[in-house]
Structures are given as C-alpha cells and as structure tokens.
Design a protein around this ligand. Structure first.
Ligand code: ATP
Ligand code: MG
Length: 388
C-alpha cells in the first residue's frame, strides 16, 4: 500500500499573481527539512504539496513531523494512495484505516471529489466508505456531529487518497517571503515567541543576543542558544549574533542616574541592533515587548526606546497578556527552556525605582554623560556570529 503526505496550503491560496512564487518557496523549504528523513519526491497540484517516499528507507513519520513545522501549510495528512475506483478505495479503507482508530469509539466518513467525472457523488462515496469500515470494525459507532475520527476519501486529479484525519500544520507564510528581520533574543519567555511569530509571517530571521559576561554566565548563553535552536525548528537557517554589553553596563552604572539605567541600556541595545541590522541587510528589528508588562514597556518607555533608532521596531507580542504568550511558548516548545533559572543582562544592575513615565529629554541628557559612540564601537567589536 502506497503512503504519501498531503500538505495543504493556508492563506497562500489567496495570493494572486504571486502564488507561484510563494508555492516554490514552500516546496523548497519542505524539501530542505525532510531531506534528513530519506529520499522523497515532492510535487504540487491543486493547492496541495505531495510528498512521496521513494523507497523503504524513507521515514514518513519523521517527514510528517518536519512538515508540520514548515510555514505556509495549514494541515498535513498521512494518506494511502489508490486508483480511482470504488473497489480499491473500499479495500484501502478496510486495510489502512483500522491502525489509526486506537481507542476511538465514534467516527464519521467524509469525501471530497475534485474530479467531478468520478461516477459517485461525495455523499455516496462517504456512505460506502463508512459501511466498509464498519464491516471490519463493528464496535465503532457513527457520529456525524462530534466524531473522534474523521475518515476522509479525497478523489483528486489522478488518484484517490484515504486518511483518518489531518494534523495541524504551522500555518503562516513561507519562510523568507516577507524579508529579513533581526530579532532581539533574550533567555526569557517573550522574545522566542516574538521571533517565532515574525518567522511565521514569512520573515527570515537573524537573532541578536546581548550577554554581559561575567555578570551573565556561559550557561545563560547556552540557554539562549538552545532557545534559538528550538525556534529554528520552525524558522530555519537562523543566524545568531552575540554582542557583549559588559562595559556599557559598567559605564552606565558608574556615570548615570540609577533610575534611568534600564532605559539607557535599552537605547544602547537598539542602536547596536540597528548597526547589526544594517550590516546584515535586515529591514526591521523585533522584540518580545508587551505593552505595560514592565517599567520599560509602558508607552512612554517605548517612545524613549524607539527614539534611539530610525529602523522600524516590530513587537508581535505588544497586545498579548503573559498567559497568551506562555500558551504559544508551550506550543512551540520553548517554555521549558525559557524558565531555566539563568540571569539575563537586563537583570544585571536593575534599578530599584525604574522610571515608568520617562521624559525623553531627561533620558537624552543622562545619556550625554557617557561617550556613546566609543562605547558602541567597543561593544560592536565583540560581535560574534553563529550559524544554526
Ligand atoms: P523576554 O521574556 O523576551 O526576555 P521580558 O519581558 O523579560 O522579555 P525585557 O527583559 O524587558 O522583557 O526585554 C524586552 C525585550 O528586549 C525582549 O523581549 C527582547 O526582545 C529584548 N531583550 C532583552 N534582553 C535581551 C538580551 N539579553 N539580548 C537580546 N535581546 C534582549
Ligand atoms: Mg527578559
């Protein structure tokens, strides 16, 4: 019996003249991700990408898991491919579907017929498919409203496909279709989610992490690398840049009013990020900030932060509650790493009374107490880049 993956498009379907370009990007990305699972043929037809194993060595389960992390596809079905006649379809239902039923007690059968020349209508095909399954699994009950399993027969262009339901895909837009973004990645919960959200909308990601050795440890950096690798399962081809803020932080602490410390540091981070973005041809920055979450994320504080750069700063988590962000972090598998207890450079020398309603002119005056350019040049020289 021939097994295959059917990967179905999300909103790429709505693309007009650009659809072909988006589809090619999705196929290319899919091919790159499933290569490690063996030899597969990838082709596309009718807003679906077909993934066919070429020999017994090809691991279809592995390919399915990888395909679920490729942006642009909303669902992936593992299906059995048969000739377009009812005899073959019925034998496939009896032989192929039972392995997916598990402990389920209820099911419904459904059919979709994109080839209208097929002699039976969709309801007729579904009725026959349901009957066939009941002959081999008589304990099952039909429940059309809330079935535990939906058995699907798809009559397509050249073949018919049978499966027991689809897996959710990653959705979004194909990687690289929306331009390049430099994402500021800390070891927290929010920025990995923000990075993922930018990637999901088609941004190609480069990440920038600031460390503050020896105030932050080697293990804190390893944690960030692990987070980057977890996000990279979706984003693909990420680069991670690391810059040391140690001297900037020491200078700010020595020279400036403590209450402004975080804001001043954030402005340095943004300017350095802008420099990296320019060098790496990234069109925007992204952060995990959420309105009002902490003192440096009030609207007034964000104005002060944004004033330091001319490049757009995108904040995909801006309107989300912490709970919403945590939910995504759990879904994408970064949460457990994010809560490992290592320090971040932002938690080194935190002020006791940070300004929550900062006035820009006062911040700029504080900043003028240090040699901005010299500190920035020195920090920029510590840049190192890791290709994931
Ligand atoms: P997160 O959970 O993402 O760390 P947070 O709520 O702890 O966010 P802050 O520590 O104020 O908030 O950081 C706000 C944003 O600034 C982060 O989401 C991230 O984009 C960026 N950022 C913070 N610390 C770093 C760092 N060490 N390196 C790179 N970016 C950072
Ligand atoms: Mg943080």
């Amino acid at each position: 019996m021939k097994e295959i993956l059917l990967c179905k498009y999300g909103e790429v379907i709505l693309k007009g003249l650009n659809k072909n370009r988006f589809e090619s990007m999705m196929v290319k990305e899919l091919e790159a991700r499933i290569k490690k699972h063996g030899d597969f043929k990838v082709s596309r037809c009718q807003s679906t990408v077909y993934v066919e194993p070429q020999n017994d060595g090809a691991d279809i389960d592995g390919a399915l898991e990888s395909a679920r992390k490729v942006f642009g596809f909303v669902s992936i079905a593992r299906a059995c491919q048969v000739e377009k006649n009812m005899d073959d379809i019925i034998s496939a239902i009896k032989e192929y579907i039972p392995q997916f039923i598990g402990n389920a007690k209820t099911f419904k059968a459904d059919a979709r017929r994109s080839d209208k020349r097929f002699p039976l209508t969709s309801p007729e095909i579904a009725a026959k498919a349901g009957e066939a399954l009941l002959t081999v699994m008589p304990r099952l009950r039909v429940n059309v409203r809330e079935p535990e399993i939906t058995v699907m027969v798809e009559i397509r262009e050249s073949q018919a496909y049978i499966h027991a339901g689809s897996f959710k895909g990653a959705g979004g837009l194909p990687t690289g279709s929306s331009g390049k973004c430099l994402s500021l990645l800390s070891g927290g919960i929010d920025s990995p989610v923000a990075t993922y959200m930018m990637a999901r909308r088609g941004a190609q990601i480069e990440a920038l992490h600031f460390e503050s050795f020896p105030y932050t440890s080697e293990r804190a950096k390893e944690k960030v690398m692990r987070l980057a690798a977890e996000v990279n399962e979706y984003a693909g081809h990420m680069k991670v840049h690391v810059i040391s803020l140690t001297h900037i932080q020491e200078e700010l602490r020595r020279t400036c009013d403590e209450d402004y410390f975080t804001l001043l540091l954030r402005r340095f981070m943004m300017r350095l990020a802008q420099r990296v973005a320019n060098e790496r041809e990234c069109l925007c920055l992204a952060t995990g900030e959420s309105l009002g979450q902490v003192a440096s994320q009030t609207m007034q504080a964000l104005v002060v932060t944004d004033d330091s750069v001319s490049i757009p700063v995108l904040r995909p988590c801006i309107g989300m509650d912490k709970e919403d962000i945590i939910k995504i972090a759990r879904e994408i598998g970064t949460f457990d790493t994010s809560i490992l207890p290592y320090e971040d450079c932002c938690t080194v020398f935190t002020p006791r009374h940070p300004k929550t309603m900062p006035v820009l002119s006062k911040v700029v005056a504080e900043e003028a107490k240090v040699d901005i350019k010299a500190l920035e040049d020195e920090a920029f020289a510590t840049l190192e880049t890791i290709q994931l």
